[in-house]
Design a protein around this ligand. Structure first.
Ligand SMILES: O=c1ccn([C@@H]2O[C@H](COP(=O)(O)OP(=O)(O)O[C@H]3O[C@H](CO)[C@@H](O)[C@H](O)[C@H]3O)[C@@H](O)[C@H]2O)c(=O)[nH]1
Ligand SMILES: [Mn+2]
Length: 647
């Protein structure tokens, strides 16, 4: 049974008539460039896969002419880049990564690099002006396209679909045909909810369905690049396995990242979330969908039950971009197309949660579909992480809100999930859905024993009491178990230490603020929003990150809350030690509380540095420090009042 057609949706460029993109042109940095590093690797991605069975759809949710321009440029560059990769067996097919890491002396590599720099330069200029001017586009026909961008805004613009490359018509410089490349910017209008990324993915699903309707669909985020040309083949192995294929909805590759600093100070690898736990779920109904690096059976997105297997029988057609088909596609991308349809509720990517990935995978599992984790040694897809603490926490806060939206929906994992997916799957999903609830125990442990210590209220058994060992055991066993999981998986100790630290940091920040935000959303005081994770980093900030220094340079309420907890712990340690030293209290009675304060304070070390002695740009703004001190004093006063009242 031969695989007839397929359609991984993977950005990878090219352009029409072979036009010389001035390979020898001097690369010039625009003088007024702010020192900003774009850490999302630019688009070109490539697969070892027959190009006539590959279509790449790029969703531009920002509706920007600059994005289209960048893709036209990249498409042109690909005509030179792809033959070079083939000739030299280049596996790292992101040119940005290739030119950075490889000091290549391969034939043509110098010229190609120049060409690449030149392209980046032109895109840089376009980005800076936010406008495509005549000096950037010489082709009249192309210039015409950009003239359509009059009065467009991100939330109000018509549909634009542009077929940038068509297989069979466009070829690279070696004469090989190129895959289809289609730019899609869906219509946005203030009158319809656009449902963020899930909405964008559903438009892509429909548009690709009209143009080609291939049975396999790959979703990739804008900050992900493909780092293994054979990834589609790996995924297809599962889809073509008759023992799996009947109800296989998706094959998920773990999220893996580049550019994380040595000790991973912000725990950006999310080892449990993306590496350990999916392996466990793989033994049940399969890992959850994590938004990127995931191959779907199109059938599962159309709500067709159990239709994934007969890939070769699916009604995939030949790619067509005829006027009729394009007209139809424009209609499918209209902002009101989904009104009174089941898109987002029982078909396609599911709405109602800011974590559309988690929600969609969960609902598919509940509907009887399975998934598979594909975790080869070499990362198949590589993504980017935020590189300063405020962005890290903001991203997590958005996830927490989105997870609560699933937790408290009518499809809550605790009942619907357990009933429909299975008991253990329901629990796995509940474990994440209620993630933010960690703020309760974490806040209690971060404040209560400390304030009680200062008020001379013992909370735990004395060292001489046998119950003491139960507490000590629970604490140590939990930590040791966590540590072992990391060590066994080859993660160095310091990375584990940072991971547990960030877990504590999330308590009064992402977990707490996420929980509050969800409460406010539920009371309709505010509305959930998808704030994009920042994709740029200031040069200075990037350097700090590379050095492994914490970044507190923002007037962020997160930092205020963190610093307040840190100050309470520091004062408790100081007061506690003083009391023990002067014999005011008996050490046995407060040893556990003192140890706890010491442990938290030890973890807060980078916060004290940022508040008190650091002088570089990453220190905490004075205002935040002051606010935190006031908050800490107030907490002490409240504790004092409470204990006076009780006494
Ligand atoms: O209105 C929107 C908002 C986002 N996106 C896209 O969504 C993707 C993810 O956005 P990003 O800012 O990178 O968010 P992250 O928190 O880094 O993404 C993680 O969390 C998201 C759910 O919150 C998942 O969708 C992602 O796959 C997962 O990597 C990007 O490709 C965006 O272009 C849209 O297309 N439209
Ligand atoms: Mn991202």
């Amino acid at each position: 049974m031969g695989l007839r057609r397929s359609l991984p949706v993977v950005p990878r460029p090219p352009e029409r008539v072979p036009r010389q993109p001035s390979p020898g042109g001097r690369s010039r940095r625009p003088p007024s460039h702010r020192r900003i590093r774009l850490h999302g690797r630019p688009p070109p991605r490539a697969f070892d896969y027959p190009t006539d069975r590959l279509s790449v759809y790029l969703s531009d949710d920002g509706g920007s002419a600059v994005t289209l321009f960048a893709f036209m440029e990249a498409a042109r560059f690909a005509r030179y880049w792809l033959p070079f990769c083939k000739e030299n067996a280049v596996v790292k097919r992101s040119p940005e990564v290739y030119f950075e890491e490889e000091s290549s002396d391969k034939a043509g590599s110098k010229n190609l690099k120049k060409m690449y720099e030149n392209m980046k330069d032109r895109i840089g200029r376009a980005t800076e002006r936010n406008y495509i001017s005549k000096d950037l586009v010489s082709d009249e026909e192309e210039l015409e396209i950009f003239k359509r961008w009059k009065g467009f805004s991100r939330n109000n613009h018509p549909t634009i679909i542009k077929v940038l490359l068509e297989n069979g018509k466009d070829i690279d410089i070696a004469g090989n045909s190129l895959p289809n490349l289609i730019y899609v910017s869906r219509e946005k209008s203030p009158a319809s909810h656009h449902h963020y990324k899930a909405g964008a993915l559903n438009v892509l699903t429909r548009v690709s369905g009209a143009l080609r309707n291939a049975p396999i669909v790959l979703t990739l985020d804008c900050d992900t690049f493909s780092d293994d040309p054979r990834a589609p083949l790996r995924a297809l192995c599962y889809f073509l396995d008759p023992s799996l294929a009947a109800d296989l909805a998706f094959v998920q590759f773990p999220q893996r990242y580049q550019g994380i600093n040595e000790d991973d100070i912000y725990a950006s690898r999310y080892m449990r979330l993306f590496r350990f736990n999916p392996r466990g779920m793989d033994g049940l109904r399969g890992p959850s969908y994590v938004g990127t690096g995931c191959f779907f059976a199109r059938a599962s997105l159309h709500g067709d039950t159990k239709a994934a297997l007969p890939i070769s029988r699916s009604d995939a057609g030949r790619f067509s971009a005829s006027e009729d088909v394009l007209k139809k596609a424009h209609g499918l991308a209209k902002s009101n197309f989904e009104d009174a349809t089941s898109w987002g509720s029982t078909i396609g990517f599911r709405y109602g949660s800011l974590v559309e990935d988690f929600n969609t995978g969960y609902r598919l599992h509940c509907e009887g579909w399975r998934s598979v984790l594909c975790d080869p040694e070499r990362a198949a897809f590589v993504g980017d992480v935020p590189r300063n603490l405020n962005d890290v926490i903001s991203q997590m806060k958005r996830w927490i809100v989105g997870l609560y939206e699933v937790a408290f929906s009518r499809h809550t994992p605790l009942s619907y999930g357990i009933r429909n997916a299975s008991f253990p799957m329901g629990l796995c999903y509940a474990h994440y859905a209620f993630w933010g609830a960690w703020c309760v125990p974490l806040m209690i442990y971060g404040l209560l024993p400390q304030l009680a210590l200062i008020q001379r209220v013992p909370l735990f058994p004395k060292v001489s009491d046998p119950w003491f060992f139960v507490y000590a055991y629970l604490f140590l066993a939990a930590y040791l178990y966590d540590l072992l999981d990391f060590l066994v998986n080859g993660v160095p100790f310091r990375r584990w230490w940072n991971d547990q630290r960030i877990w504590l940091f999330r308590g009064p920040t992402a977990y707490l603020f996420g929980t509050l935000e969800f409460l406010l959303n539920s009371l309709s005081v505010s509305a959930p929003g998808f704030n994009l994770t920042s994709k740029v980093t200031e040069e200075e900030q990037a350097d700090r990150y590379a050095r492994g220094d914490f970044d507190f340079a923002a007037r962020s309420p997160f930092f205020g809350a963190l610093a307040a907890v840190a100050v309470v712990n520091l004062s408790a340690v100081a007061v506690g030690i003083k009391r023990v030293a002067t014999g005011e209290v008996e050490i046995g009675e407060f040893s556990m509380q003192l140890a706890l304060c010491g442990f938290v304070a030890g973890n807060c070390w980078p916060i004290y540095g940022a508040m008190f002695w650091r002088r570089d740009g990453g220190r905490m703004p004075v205002r935040v420090t002051a606010a935190a001190a006031v908050a800490a004093v107030m907490l002490h006063m409240i504790a004092h009042l409470v204990s006076a009242f009780r006494g």
